[in-house]
Design a protein around this ligand. Sequence first.
Ligand code: PLP
Length: 383
Amino acid sequence: MIYLDNAATTSPKPDTVVREVDRALRLYSANPGRGGHTPSVTTAKAVYNVRKSVKDFFHVKSEEDVIFTSGCTQALNIVIKGTLKRGDHVVISSMEHNAVLRPLHQLKEQGKINYTIADVVAGDNDATVNAFRNAINEHTRMIICTHASNVFGVRLPVERICALAHNYGILFCLDAAQSAGIFDVNLSDNGYDYVCCAGHKSLYGPMGTGLLLLGNDIRLEPLTAGGTGSDSANPLMPEYYPDRLESGTLNIPGICGLGTGIRFVNTRGRENIARHEMRLVQHLYRELSRTDKVMLYTPAPEIDEYAPVLSFNIEGSDSEAVSAFLNRRYGIAVRAGLHCAPLAHKAFGTLESGAVRIAPSAFSTERDIEILLKAVKNFIHTT
Ligand code: PLP
């Protein structure tokens, strides 16, 4: 099998991650923070060590500001539902995933908030920043914006958009689902208020892992309430982090695997991985742009402006049909359809057709791309 659906989740995971999950299940199977006995304390230390490596990787102020979640979706829901109050307004980009759009829409339907979509102008960061500026109004409380489109790879000028938000006294939340492990995501340099990450994509952790990183002291209302092993006589959730936002038993094997995934990225080098993936995407782009009937949607990608994700279509064919052919005839796994990002498809005119998405990982090879190209050409000749 050639797996090129790494924007959904990376596969395979590094062997070290697989071994660490196995080790954690054997060694750390007592509940951390729930007892004073040795196995519980050992597990708590293991969790703390991962918290510390996350803190270092993203330059978070302290370990307490690292919240473990089940994925990026949960992290975004905590921020959106824990921060926004009745009457608030939010600005999002036209590249947002449903993990941002749907919780906002839910609150809008309940009559609580409103939101505006700022149009991203690929290749013109000034125009994109201006679109955000024009969408701000007196009730705007937060800007939420993806670092890079999960469909077309377009990279947003998030440092500038964050600075703009802060100029207006507005909170800034970064959706780093597609960028953590690829681009520099640095809370201390950029002053992001919230960063939401998937642990299972380019951080190479297991599925069911994610992160919420806090960059300010504003009190968040917890999305879920329950046991934390701390302040147990109090019927209210603790005021302090991470306990306030981490109720219930944590996903210890997942968290330990995520810690090892981050070590994998550090060892290979985040920038080396990004360059490797981008080289594969650029080669693919070059060849596809010379192939009759292939429809591409962006200029040739460069790492300053794009994440290593490429979507295309074949004239007259449904994206799902292309993906099914690649899977059946060549054992190539790619995703087709709408990729949970209808706003991005609307912006690029692919809401009806969807698109075939190619997303390599650190483990993808040139040979994978050559076989994919051969398969695409074969599809075109046989249909
Ligand atoms: N945001 C973006 C840009 C994504 O691409 C994804 C997943 O594909 C998510 C959020 C949701 O991430 P998760 O699956 O970890 O909840």
